[in-house]
Design a protein around this ligand. Structure first.
Ligand code: AMP
Length: 259
């Protein structure tokens, strides 16, 4: 496995590998089983697997949240190598946002509801960095997690609207043993907070917005940002809560739900 930190370096590495499919797995690091499932999926389907490792400041809405985001590059590189990644792209911030950067991509309507409403500018940051990764890597397939259902929907829209020749693969949400969706942010929870956070998957498992809201309202130490049905592909019941200073999102797909 090679680690590249510059755009020209990565492009040079990829130049000799374009005879077979290239898969891209964008991540912000602090890898867990959710990421590993995307890497394994890409490994099965692609000749070359590229993982990007970049904590994208533009998709954070607060400096505190960005500052608290967990980092452990050494561990991430070991896990990526073990998952069979060929190339890691781990650029510095200036490589992705050079001085004077002012070009943004916005998925307007979809990017302004649910997560977008609670985190203004979040999906502009996501869409911009993902499009930039797409133009740098030029993957045949890109892998995203159902855990971030709205993000997957935003990327699907971006690919369609801009006629990008990229196949989107969305893989199921991986959960820890207790039912909490695996997330880099879970490491920020104290054991007591984690116990409280379990109210989110339990509430969403009802597949009923009213029942889910009621369960969460009865849970101590949980602040609900939203619990909503979302007409994504597939439709989901999605929710976001805050437990202490940590914000968590989750969703359950509602295939076949007549609604
Ligand atoms: P992140 O590093 O949090 O930006 O996530 C990178 C990718 O991993 C995104 O496509 C996420 O949707 C996906 N991902 C994060 N958590 C999970 C999970 N628990 N199950 C499946 N995919 C996930």
């Amino acid at each position: 496995m090679k680690t590249e930190r510059t755009i020209p370096g990565l492009r040079a590495e990829l130049a000799g590998r374009r005879s077979g499919p290239i898969g891209l797995v964008p991540t912000m690091g602090s890898l867990h089983e959710g990421h590993l499932s995307l890497l394994r999926g890409a490994r099965e389907e692609c000749d070359t697997v590229v993982m990007s490792l970049f904590v994208n400041p533009a998709q954070f809405t607060s400096a505190t949240d960005l500052g608290a985001y967990p980092h452990d590059e050494e561990r991430d590189l070991e896990l990526a190598a073990a998952a069979g990644v060929d190339l890691v792209f781990a650029p510095a911030e200036e490589e992705m946002y050079p001085p004077g950067f002012q070009t943004w991509v916005e998925v307007t309507d979809l990017g302004s509801v649910l997560e977008g409403e609670h985190r203004p500018g979040h999906f502009r940051g996501v869409a911009t960095i993902v499009l930039k990764l797409f133009t740098i890597v030029r993957p045949d397939r890109a892998y995203f997690g159902q855990k971030d259902a709205q993000q997957a929907e935003v990327i699907r829209r971006l690919i369609r609207d801009l006629a990008l020749e990229i196949e989107l693969r969305v893989l199921p949400t991986v959960r820890d043993r207790d039912g909490l969706a695996s997330s880099s942010r879970n490491t920020l929870l104290t054991p007591a907070e984690r116990e409280r956070a379990l109210a989110l998957p339990r509430a969403l498992a009802t597949r009923d917005p009213a029942a889910a809201r009621k369960l969460l309202a009865e849970s101590n130490g949980v602040v609900v940002d939203y619990v909503e049905l979302a007409d994504f592909d597939p439709p989901v019941l999605a929710g976001a809560i805050r437990v202490g200073t940590t914000r968590l999102i989750d969703n359950v797909p509602l295939e076949g739900d007549p609604r």
